[in-house]
Design a protein around this ligand. Structure first.
Ligand code: PAF
Length: 294
């Protein structure tokens, strides 16, 4: 595995491979866990060359203290990436991605409205901008994203469609610990007590799923499990026609998000949304994130 810092170095490494290989790309902010490894494995299985990026993107943090506190462990990440079969690890600096004078932003509407945007203003502008830049540098055939960030997935799919980017998106199901907590780089901020309290999130998703199947109020059922946590939102969002129960809540100092696609629980034989293959060539859906929140 080669670690490369500048966009020019990465481009040179990719160009030396010629035009043939299928390039898979996993954009990340590092602090790898098994959720990232699942993305790497999926990319390794499908693609000839796998590129991952590690870049803690300042423009997607509305709170500078949150940016400063975001976990970073470069040498461990390099070890995990190498062991997971990554060929090229792109590790740019902030100046490499936002050189002095940088003045272009990508502002997705539609699915970027509401939910995370209500609590993290400018977040998706930062995500869309960095993804557009990374996709232009890597020029991947296939991009691998995690279902855990369902709204982010919807925003990136919208970006890919609207900018006519010639790449396919694979959405990989959320990886959970044995007790159900979704793996997240932010989980390192949870104390032992917080970790136990955080299990209310997967319980709330399960309660919401059960309510959906029984025709009860999904949001009320989920909320009932979250007593004692500081809730940012509990909502049923519509991502490309897939109703998805999405939750954001604070446990101690850590803000966690999680979600479950509801239709996948109703029709277990249908390919779950988490596995759905959506290429830039598919179009026609209004990807407005219509949602109901309390
Ligand atoms: O999900 C993440 O890790 C980030 O939001 C992403 C997609 C790498 C953009 O910085």
């Amino acid at each position: 595995m080669k670690a490369l810092r500048t966009p020019a170095d990465l481009r040179q490494a990719l160009e030396s491979l010629g035009r043939g290989p299928i390039i898979g790309f996993v954009p990340t902010m590092g602090a790898f866990h098994d959720g990232h490894v699942a993305l790497f494995r999926a990319a390794r299985q499908e693609c000839d060359v796998v590129v991952a990026s590690v870049f803690v993107n300042p423009s997607q943090f509305s709170d500078p203290a949150d940016f400063a506190a975001y976990p970073r462990d470069r040498s461990r990440d390099e070890g995990v990436a190498a062991a997971s079969g990554i060929d090229l690890l792109f590790v740019p600096s902030v100046d490499d991605m936002y050189p002095p004078g940088h003045a272009t932003w990508v502002d997705v509407q539609g699915p970027a409205r509401g939910l995370e945007s209500d609590f993290r203003p400018g977040h998706f502008r930062g995500v869309a901008t960095i993804c557009a830049k990374l996709f232009d540098i890597v020029r991947p055939d296939v991009v691998f994203l995690g279902q855990k960030d369902a709204q982010q997935v919807a925003v990136i799919k919208q970006l890919v469609r609207d900018l006519n980017l010639d790449l396919a998106i694979r959405v990989i199901p959320t990886v959970r610990a044995a007790d159900g907590l979704a793996l997240s780089s932010r989980n390192v901020g949870l104390s032992a007590d917080d970790r136990t309290r955080a299990l209310a999130l997967p319980r709330a998703l399960a309660a919401g799923q059960a309510a959906y199947l029984e025709g009860r109020d999904v949001v009320a059922a989920a909320r009932a499990e979250l007593a004692g946590l500081e809730i940012d939102y509990v909502a049923v969002a519509d991502f490309e026609g897939q109703p998805t129960l999405a939750i954001a809540a604070r446990v101690g100092a850590t803000r966690l998000i999680d979600n479950v696609p509801l239709e996948a629980s109703r029709e277990p034989h249908e390919t779950p949304a988490g596995d759905r293959v959506v290429s830039s060539k598919e179009s026609g859906h209004d990807q407005q994130a219509a949602f109901r929140r309390t």
